[in-house]
Design a protein. Structure first.
Lengths: 225, 438
């Protein structure tokens, strides 16, 4: 385990070290002080533990890597990530997992608004609540919410799945509740199992997705647009 | 028998033939008109400016004997590998999806032949354009369709698209007719659906966030490649200042004559300001920050010839960018397809239903048979010829003004033909010392 300390190194030094490290290396980042753009653009199977809270875009655009934040994360956590895993033990701010193409994000606390916006294949698990407009224009992947969801959940959603165990304040345009089929139950179990989440009861979850009524323009839907 | 009127039928300026046809079309279809291209209005433009030329007070350079530099470096403020262009004319962002793969390849070939850059678009980077573009700018758009860190690292520059001149404040459109399997896969969306891209980025709002976004992109790419920020021409003074403050290496300002693959006609014609009106406020913003020439300014939107290039540079731009003109050079709206344009209810020169995917020239289409009509090698050669002609035209004007570098052209070399253009460009009305608004 290599220790990288913000009290001694710059952001550039730390990111350069992570991006250029050997496969299967492990790092512990100390004193992150809410730094932005930490552990981004990593393209290798490495393990990074951040001891403390981080700012914007932590673990953005990563592939393969395993990032754990022992603290909270600012906006844009794991934006456009392609694969690998992110685990945040605290809360996360807006746009977590925005446009993520793959991999998984696990948040032990709450996620703010627009969680999973434009997601394109990533799996996001939030053990607490999510804010308004979560899964806005979500294209692919899964958003699993153990707590409650804010207003306009899944607005203009495409082919992503949303699973919610708590209450939903309201659904956005073209997002509807769908039947929880065996296939989707199995999907939910796989997502949670892959993230090593065990303390759940799938019976409590409801599924939401696209009604697909806005996929092609229809003048009769003009009021919704 | 009724007596024949002795007066001519009087048509209305308010309800002219096009307006009436648009009212009928709206009543029939129930949907706004969607089309490609930029504004077709008769706007104040670079034609309203003239160069003064050298005489006794300044002397000219010899046309074919004294050199006139055309090279420009873009993005040397913070990046270690800026773009080194042979000419100050770049190819604007146009997506695979909106354009065929052959058209993207032709743009890359043409740009590379003359030593300039081309740009991706919504939907990501194709192997055709990367393979044939020596200098490729990768766009980061609100939709993030096809956004991939591997491609990001293959790019020679990154352009954060905040807005586009044809639709400031609006997102892109790619309608179902053009969403074939390859386009759908690159965008992670079902085949055949209407793709309406978001108008805002998913993970930031405002200039303070953008500064952090730029930091992230630099950290991902190791501070090697330049970061461009593209804004639509609406409030160029403030937008350029904010982009520069946020850490951009290059700012692109796109006026309302700039094209789009598809959006609402009402948007194209009624939102934004003409390119001519964008340049001086943008330059002033950089000058006041002490960043003119340090942060390079690219101007786009309706650039057509070397005179437009020279005028934009004289007003303070470092380079220009072309989109619609490049497509015309490839063969878009060519009269040889007149009969086919007529079948589509239009004419060569007026065709703008690019979103329907039926382009007879094989450029704005995903139809395999139509796309094959464009030979990428020949198209690339035509584009290179056109870019060379534009460059030589701009040099001709610069030498006549006594300048040995295109970027030595200055506002003092210009006068305006109309009060409006004099005010917008900040140059005197021809034959006077009067600059309206100063």
């Amino acid at each position: 385990m290599h220790i990288l300390d913000f009290n001694k190194l710059s952001l550039r030094d730390i990111n350069k070290t992570l991006q250029g490290s050997d496969k299967n290396s492990s790092f512990s980042i100390r004193n992150p002080k809410g730094s932005h753009a930490l552990a981004v653009g990593i393209n290798k199977r490495i393990t990074v533990k951040v001891v403390g809270s981080v700012g914007y875009y932590c673990a953005g655009m990563n592939k393969f890597s395993d990032i754990k934040v022992e603290g909270s994360a600012g906006p844009g956590l794991g934006e456009n990530m392609m694969s690998g895993n992110i685990h945040v033990t605290g809360d996360v701010s807006q746009y977590a997992g925005a446009s993520g193409h793959g991999g998984s994000i696990l948040v032990d606390g709450n996620a703010s608004s627009r969680c999973g916006i434009s997601m394109k294949g990533v799996d996001i698990i939030v053990k607490g609540n999510v804010g308004h407009m979560s899964a806005f224009m979500a294209q692919k992947g899964n958003l699993v919410i153990f707590g409650d969801a804010g207003h306009a959940l899944g607005d203009s959603i495409y082919e992503a799945n949303i699973y919610v165990a708590g209450e939903v304040a309201s659904l956005g345009a073209d997002c509807i509740e769908k039947r929880m089929t065996k296939k989707h139950l199995s999907n939910l179990e796989n997502i949670l199992s892959n993230a090593n989440v065990s303390d759940y009861n799938t019976d409590t979850f409801r599924r939401f997705g696209s009604a697909r009524s806005l996929y092609n323009f229809d003048v009769d839907n003009a009021k919704i647009y | 028998m009724k007596k024949k009127s002795i007066t001519e039928p009087r048509t209305s300026h308010t309800f002219d033939a096009y307006t009436n046809s648009e009212i009928r079309r709206a009543a029939e279809t129930g949907i706004y008109d969607i089309r490609g291209g930029g504004s077709k209005r008769n706007l104040p433009n670079f034609d309203d400016l003239l160069f003064l030329g050298a005489s006794i007070s300044r002397y000219p350079l010899e046309g074919y004997r004294e050199s006139c530099n055309t090279k420009v470096i873009l993005g040397d403020r913070f990046s270690s590998n800026p773009l080194n262009l042979e000419i100050p004319i770049t190819i604007a962002g146009m997506s695979f999806g909106a354009l065929s793969a052959q058209a993207k390849e032709a743009l890359g070939r043409g740009a590379s032949l003359v030593g300039t850059s081309t740009t991706t678009g919504d939907g990501g980077m194709t192997k055709e354009e990367r393979g044939h573009s020596k200098q490729l700018v990768y766009q980061l758009l609100p939709s993030r369709y096809g956004m991939n860190p591997d491609d990001l690292r293959k790019a020679d520059a990154i352009e954060i698209v905040v807005g586009q001149g044809a639709k400031p404040g609006g997102g892109g459109m790619l309608l179902g007719q053009k969403i074939n399997d390859r386009v759908a896969e690159m965008r992670t969306l079902p085949k055949g659906i209407d793709q309406r891209s978001p108008c805002r980025h998913p993970d930031w709002t405002g200039p303070d966030d953008m500064e952090i976004k730029i930091l992230e992109l630099r950290e991902i790419t190791g501070w090697k490649v330049p970061i461009f920020v593209k804004v639509a021409g609406s409030r160029p003074y403030y937008d350029v200042a904010l982009a520069a403050k946020s850490g951009a290496d290059v700012v692109v300002v796109d006026g309302m004559q700039g094209g789009t693959a598809a959006t609402q006609e009402v948007f194209i014609e009624n939102v934004g300001i003409p390119t001519l009106a964008c340049v001086r406020p943008a330059v002033r913003a950089l000058q006041e920050l002490g960043l003119h020439r340090k942060v390079q300014l690219i101007v786009s939107g309706g650039i057509r010839n070397g005179a437009d290039v020279a005028k934009a540079l004289a007003l303070g731009a470092d380079a220009v960018s072309i989109g619609s003109a490049a497509l015309i050079a490839l063969g878009d709206n060519d009269p040889r397809y007149q009969k086919e344009y007529e079948k589509l209810g239009t004419t060569a020169g007026s065709f703008d239903d690019w979103h329907e995917g039926l382009d007879p020239a094989g450029i704005t289409t995903q139809d395999k048979k139509l796309a094959k009509r464009l030979d990428p090698k020949l198209g690339g050669r035509r584009l290179a010829n056109y870019l060379n002609v534009m460059t030589m035209e701009a040099q001709t004007i610069a030498r006549a003004c006594g300048k040995n570098d295109l970027r030595n052209l200055e506002p003092e070399d210009l006068c305006a033909l109309t009060v409006e253009s004099a005010a917008m460009a900040g140059v005197p009305l021809a034959g006077t010392n009067w600059i309206p608004g100063t």
